[in-house]
Design a protein around this ligand. Structure first.
Ligand code: M6R
Length: 594
């Protein structure tokens, strides 16, 4: 789970590589490094921590003008977060230098094979064995780098995108790709490589979206792509017209900016899926949804919580529906009926646990709809039906605006398929409600400052509010490191209440009339044991003393308001605790390893 940038030709390498890495830090930020050369001079710099650390190490001007360069931001999988495990990694003869994103599953066997051939290693990464394998073939049997790369990659099991330099060929940048994303950007006097379009958005108008199994090289003005030994015609695609902006625009953090982009994201979704007051979803897809014997959602983390709301909505319409965590479904698939529809939901579209589920769906010829926020992602490419979330890039590791877009899109899709209504107008009203919450965000600061004093926290809810509690607890855990967990409020007395004390508060959501009274009874039980309850309620169900009151919404849209409150509380709590809000420890934005 890493980010790669590379380029060949005439460009400001320092600027492209370092800023490119900054734009890819969402893919991992344990450590980073870069390599540039013109053949006579080379520079390899690596550093633990964020790109700003590396920036301080890299000279402001290079001794010579480089002709090729590669850089990498890492999220450790094999080997600890140390300089020797940073990329770029180099081969035993120091001639092959590469950056790698992915996981080589058979790296132990390859390492043994290389060790048996007297090749030694300086680090613990699976990537170093790839550099060595290429150098090994080049020094034994391959006629050139291309053949060495083809021979080496044919021995690899697993995922990789590789950008590779050979010191003797400083005017070429080699690459190989399988199951990890890699794009080539066509520029003027230079060509580029990167894990996604964002680092190249300002310099390339056209891209090659590499398919699995491809390898080749770029020069300053040529692109050569090979598949199974044959050169392929290069297919250029226009730069995405989607919003690839990754600047803070005056905000102190991306998380805050992205929470507050939610209304515009939802308006954009409505614009993309509603025309002249009618939904524009593919009628064939709507038929499949309608006729499916059951609807099975697969997702992870925040996206899984969004799918839980859709399951509730479907079940309320009498439709058989379930949601599974992808890492579980991949190994324990459950299909109860003959003609299911699978709906995969993923912000990034690169989540390995989800990719692992796809062969099962395809081998059984089940229908598959994929929803992602990146139409060029691996999951989007594998989709039978695809819907884009159009949320623009989400940089902060904690997903906020995309969760909301997932809810909004699922609401519209199920409205179109089952309810056959025009409830997008309710969604428009919901946007206004969210704008009101944003306008009063200062109210959340004292509550968050209070929460920041505690190490433990329950999120309580019943019915649809339980899904919100799950999402609130996940946000709070990952960004503030508070030990937060969700409890179905009625279950509290069956065990969890044992934890309640004056050091263990709860945040409770109330959106549903039929359980509001029972929720409040439960608060008395908590208070009787010294526990504090922060109450977040819908206006018509609120009491004067509630901590946060939001506008009333239709039940299936109410999670959007409650979750926005949870997002703000998380944000301000993390600020109070002085934490790195956008880059919580041990996490990466897209989880491309199992
Ligand atoms: O890109 P995806 O939606 O597939 O990612 C799934 C989870 O990794 C992700 O939602 C994660 O839980 C977020 N960091 C939550 O904020």
């Amino acid at each position: 789970m890493c980010g790669i940038v590379g380029a060949c030709g005439a460009l400001d390498f320092r600027d492209y590589l370092l800023n490119g890495l900054r734009k890819l830090e969402y893919r991992g930020y344990d450590s980073c490094g870069l390599f540039v050369t013109d053949g006579s001079f080379s520079l390899l710099e690596r550093s633990v921590g964020v790109v700003d650390n590396l920036d301080k190490q890299v000279p402001t001007t290079f001794e010579h003008t480089p002709s090729v360069g590669i850089a990498h931001t890492r999220w450790a999988t094999h080997g600890g977060v140390t300089i020797s495990n940073c990329h770029p990694v180099y081969s035993f003869d120091r001639k092959v230098i590469l950056v790698h994103n992915g996981v080589i599953e058979n790296f132990v066997q390859i390492r043994e094979f290389l060790a048996a051939n007297k090749i030694s290693f300086y680090g613990n990464t699976d990537s170093e064995i790839v550099a060595n394998l290429i150098a090994y073939y080049l020094s034994t049997s391959a006629k050139d780098m291309l053949e060495a790369i083809e021979m080496a990659t044919s021995k690899l099991n697993g995922s990789y995108s590789l950008a590779i330099v050979h010191l003797a060929e400083p005017h070429r940048l080699y690459f190989a790709k399988n199951l990890s994303p890699l794009l080539i950007g066509k520029g003027q006097g230079a060509n580029y490589l990167a894990s996604d379009q964002i680092p190249m958005a300002e310099i390339s108008r056209e891209f090659v979206d590499l398919k699995d199994g491809r390898f080749g090289y770029i020069t300053k003005d040529e692109i050569h792509v090979y598949f199974q030994g044959q050169e392929e015609k290069v297919k250029l695609v226009e730069r995405s017209s989607e919003n690839l902006d990754v600047s803070l625009n005056g905000y102190p953090h991306f998380m805050l900016k992205e929470i507050e982009e939610t209304p515009s994201c939802i308006e954009r979704l409505i614009k993309n899926y509603v025309f002249h007051d009618e939904y524009t979803f593919d009628p064939k897809l709507l038929k499949i949804i309608e006729r499916a014997s059951e609807i099975i959602f697969l997702a992870c983390g925040t996206s899984y919580h969004a799918s839980l709301i859709a399951v509730d909505l479907l079940r309320s319409k009498g439709k058989l529906a379930s949601a599974y965590i992808a890492s579980e479904f991949a190994y324990h698939p459950v299909v109860m009926t003959k003609n299911p529809l699978f709906i995969i939901i993923s912000q990034s579209g690169e989540t390995a646990d989800l990719l692992k589920c796809v062969p099962f769906i395809q081998d059984n010829a089940y229908h598959l709809l994929t929803i992602t926020n990146n139409r060029y992602s691996s999951l989007a490419r594998k989709a039978e039906y695809y819907l884009n979330l159009y949320s623009g890039v989400e940089v902060s590791v904690a997903s906020t605006k995309v969760y909301q877009s997932e809810l909004a899109l699922l609401f519209m899709l199920l409205d179109a398929a089952f309810i056959k209504g025009h409830h997008f107008n309710e969604l428009r009203e919901q946007v206004k409600c969210l704008e009101k919450i944003i306008a009063h965000k200062e109210k959340f600061i004292p509550v968050a400052e209070e929460i920041a004093k505690y190490d433990n926290l329950f999120f309580l809810g019943r019915g649809i509010d339980y899904s919100t509690a799950l999402e609130g607890a996940l946000k709070m855990k990952e960004v503030t490191y508070i030990n937060a967990s969700a409890v179905q409020a009625g279950e509290l007395k069956h065990g969890p209440i044992a934890l309640i004390s004056n050091e263990f508060p709860s945040i409770a959501f109330i959106s549903e009339e039929k359980t509001a009274h029972q929720m409040r009874n439960g608060f008395q039980e908590i208070k009787a044991r010294g526990g504090r309850v922060f109450v977040v309620s819908s206006k018509s169900l609120s009491l004067e003393d509630d901590d946060i009151i939001v506008c009333d919404s239709p039940l299936y849209l109410s999670p959007m308001s409650k979750v926005m409150v949870a997002q703000y509380l998380t944000y301000y709590t993390a600020i109070k605790k002085g934490l790195n809000v956008d880059k919580p420890r041990n996490l990466a934005k897209s989880v491309t390893v199992e």
